[in-house]
Design a protein around this ligand. Sequence first.
Ligand code: PMP
Length: 357
Amino acid sequence: MNKITPQPGIMDITLYQGGAAHVNGVENVVKLSSNENPLGPCDKAIEAFRRAAYDLHRYPSSDHAPLRAAIGAVLGLDPERIICGAGSDEIIAFLCQAYAGPDTEVVHTEHGFGMYRINALAAGATPVEVAERERVTDVDALLAACTEKTRLVFMANPNNPTGTMIGAAEVARLAAGLPEQALLVLDGAYAEYVEGYDGGAALVDARDNVIMTRTFSKIYGLGGLRVGWGYGPQHVLDVLNRVRGPFNVSQAALNAAEAAIRDTAYVDHCRTENARWRGWMADALAEIGVPSDVSCTNFVLARFASADEAEACNEHLKSQGLLVRPVSSYNLPNCLRITVGDESSCRRVVHAVRQFK
Ligand code: PMP
């Protein structure tokens, strides 16, 4: 019998199954399963990425100063309190490594992003799932779930995979009501899709128990490069920087992200296009009997009459070369999460769902 065993909790983690970008025997496949920007990154980000090719023998910047300065300048944040990671996934991992552990609890919403639970389990902590109210984050339920063991409370706003969002006053009420040893993690992966929204930055500045995480994988179109960041109180940054490896983000990724955040006109363009086709697709689906909640993101959570119907529709979409995301692992078996693609992808989705119906 093998005596080499992982720590308790690890085998409770489900292996990631998604990500395929092809269907056997089907042409013109379009991937609408990972909430990527169909327009890709801006040209300046691609140029900046290419420049890194001349220095591949060098380790990347270890303090990420130019990228932190650019984020700070564009968004009006203190660069000293920004940390960059290999995707916001890595910031979530740092938080769990540094703050969670055996005999602690990590609270997250019922339909919350899967990496919260995975990183909590990997740190030996107990994940605590909190029910939502009609697919909307329930602040009272989150507060009620906190105990003296709670170290981290994760909530995405807007949320994935529901697409819904709660207001700033509600988030502030959550932060103010947490037990004193708990840190609120406001995941703003989709924040840029909400015009004028700061992702919770003002709340971070106002308190010492809130950190915001952000990503370059969504509106900036750089999912393939893996860059994300966090903005938090100084005492949290002092902790997270101790668990961060010195060369955790590649130079190509740092270059591209810096160019991407500076190109605010391109971000505005992507937000406008997304809103246009999101609205069109959601309305057209509703007309054929597939409703969804108002989405504040770059995807629509389409609701079917039953889990069987959602599964059958997923198979039909797949046969038409349309890859969307079943979300039964998020306890939403009657839903399909559909990324807002470009005009032609949105039209293909609606056409295929109409055929199916
Ligand atoms: N948070 C949420 C809510 C997400 O949906 C995602 C990506 N799907 C992430 C974090 C992680 O993004 P990344 O690691 O690419 O920055």
